[in-house]
Design a protein around this ligand. Structure first.
Ligand SMILES: *Cc1c(COP(=O)(O)O)cnc(C)c1O
Length: 367
């Protein structure tokens, strides 16, 4: 039996008719960059999250960069980011002219450890980027308290956690702005690159939109120099179809996670992912931990089960950040995790018999 890590083709087949019509329509209209489908997406996305403004853009990395340029980062400014994330979170700080300051993560949730943020704050700190990693919210109530106390902006990286909640409030609505990625493998994925920024602050929204469109919202008027980061019409038309399914897909992800958590409970040597009591998880990734990660991965591979490591090296220890000379003891949790974590297949289209096979195979390994 072969169990892929995810199955985007199966998802396409389940909504093929609507997707094909949407793409054809966009081609017929020749609205290839921005256009009606993009306007519709921005409107629907704002409604889905419950926020005033959505600014679509080229991808989730651009979204972080654009947002940060408008929130304010000048040369030498420090931005606090979690030590465990995808590199977009930290590389965009550097791109924007700032310095990424890593903060260790919480042992249970993999999100930034709120007890270690204050010791990272200096007179140069301007903002915090919490990442809602694997589909679970960071501790936003504590983060907002710290940000208020030190007058810092907060930019939420929601790339992995669309529709996740903290204390019954949608993620992306806590900070000054938040970013999303619609990379194909994300919970809401396009068929190419796409991203968005959301904010309730109207003037921030218009400056972000302007910056993403060459520094001017009207043709020929450029108040500033900007960049070119736009959503394609075809991607927007695909996302408009998928938006109608995202809530149902999220429910299925939770259902699959619940089965895995229940049936794998108590296996010796296996640490299952945990959800903070204040959070509603959307299970972008189901990440287990074990001392024998590489051996387990090989075993699963031999049994036809694909897995992924998100991520094999924590941010401070990447070659890209060698200039900081960080030591494992600076970020003990992030360092410990990198050799123990393994992401199992979890996607809305997974069949019940595939889940059973995954469970049986893991039980065989751990007993
Ligand atoms: C995917 C991802 C991004 C970047 O999104 P792209 O659309 O690939 O540029 C940023 N942050 C996190 C945490 C992500 O998982």
């Amino acid at each position: 039996m072969k169990l892929p890590f995810q199955n985007l083709h199966k998802q396409y087949l389940s909504i093929k008719e609507d997707i094909d019509i949407a793409i054809e329509e966009t081609i017929s209209n020749s609205s290839f960059v921005r256009g009606k489908a993009v306007d519709k997406f921005e409107e629907s996305f704002s409604k889905l999250i419950g926020v005033k403004n959505t600014i679509s853009c080229g991808n989730g990395t651009d979204a972080l960069y654009i947002a940060m340029k408008q929130l304010g980062v000048s040369s030498g400014d420090e931005v606090i980011v979690p030590a465990h994330s995808w590199i977009s979170t930290s590389e965009t700080v550097t791109q924007a002219g700032g310095v990424p300051i890593f903060c260790d993560i919480d042992n249970e949730t993999f999100t930034i450890d709120v007890n270690k943020i204050e010791e990272k704050i200096t007179k140069n700190t301007v903002g915090i980027i919490p990442v809602h990693l694997f589909g679970q919210s960071a501790n936003m109530s504590s983060i907002m308290k710290i940000a208020d106390k030190y007058n810092l902006w907060v930019l939420e990286d929601c790339a992995q956690a669309i529709l996740a909640k903290h204390k019954n409030k949608m993620i992306g609505t806590f900070g000054d702005a938040a970013t999303f990625s619609f990379y194909p493998g994300k919970n809401l994925g396009a068929m190419g690159d796409a991203g968005a920024i959301i904010t309730n602050n109207d003037s921030l929204a218009s400056s972000m939109a302007s910056y993403a469109r060459h520094g001017g919202l009207m043709k020929g008027s450029h108040e500033i120099e900007g960049i070119n980061s736009r959503m394609d019409g075809i991607q927007a038309s695909i996302l408009n179809v998928k938006l109608q399914h995202i809530e149902k897909w999220t429910i299925r992800r939770r259902e699959v996670a619940d089965v895995l958590l229940k049936k794998l409970d108590g296996l010796h040597g296996l640490k299952l992912p945990s959800t903070d009591e204040h959070n509603e998880h959307v299970w972008h990734l189901f990440v287990i931990e074990t001392n024998t990660r590489d051996d387990l991965r090989k075993y699963l591979d031999e049994k036809g089960i694909s897995t992924v490591i998100n991520y094999p090296v924590a941010l401070p220890f990447l070659e890209a950040y060698r200039r900081f000379n960080h030591l494992p003891s600076d970020f003990p949790i992030a360092h410990k995790k990198q050799s123990r974590i393994l992401s199992l297949p979890l996607f809305p289209e997974i069949e019940d018999y595939e889940i059973e096979y995954l469970i049986d195979t893991l039980k065989n390994y751990f007993t």
